[in-house]
Design a protein around this ligand. Sequence first.
Ligand code: DC
Length: 227
Amino acid sequence: MKTRVSIAIDGPVGSGKSTVARLVARRLGSTYIDTGAMYRAVALKARRRGIRWDDADAMAALARDTSVELRPAAAAGVTSTVLLDGEDVSRAIRETEIGRGASDIAVIPGVRRALVSMQRRMAAAGGVVMEGRDIGTVVLPEAGLKVFLAGSVEERARRRFLELKAKGASPVMREVVEEVRARDLQDSTRADSPLKKADDAVEIDTTNMTIDDVVAEIVRLAGVRSG
Ligand code: DC
């Protein structure tokens, strides 16, 4: 099934956004765009240059001067190939520390403006499945289908824990729960484009659903919307 409907998928950390969005895109022949990877790439670049994540002016200038390209995954264990100024940083951006940095720099309006305009250009031709925190509310308010993925903190932390273990790390459950809570708080309470369900988004509580169930539901909704 091919569709030109653009799909916006938002949700908190561990809601399954990346996995679900990638599989939905594959099923529909659409382009998958992971916007969190873009915030992560800019956070990584700042870290390498010794720029503080809370230096709003320097971070906004850095974001404006950065190119982030997303390509289909080229290696096992990554969801997309992420090119930062042409360099493949797909793995480096997945460090927990860089995720925290991405959440930190995401509060800066100048950083958001630079990345949102890049994201709109990527989606201009339609037929994308774009996931993040503000896609249905800010980036693609005209998306043909908006989905908000929810899930209990405990279940989302459990998924994150298993993901870290699978990568060979030795996570501590209590710390993972704290990290998930901290990210939820920062992402949903920031002044600019906080994580929140768009009024016209369909909310799916993934707590007791498998990935396949969630994908099937979104593909069904997309079929209904594209008529
Ligand atoms: O989805 P993720 O964990 O890779 O995202 C990392 C951080 O980037 C997340 O904590 C908040 C920020 N982000 C954002 O503010 N807006 C987006 N559209 C995507 C991510």
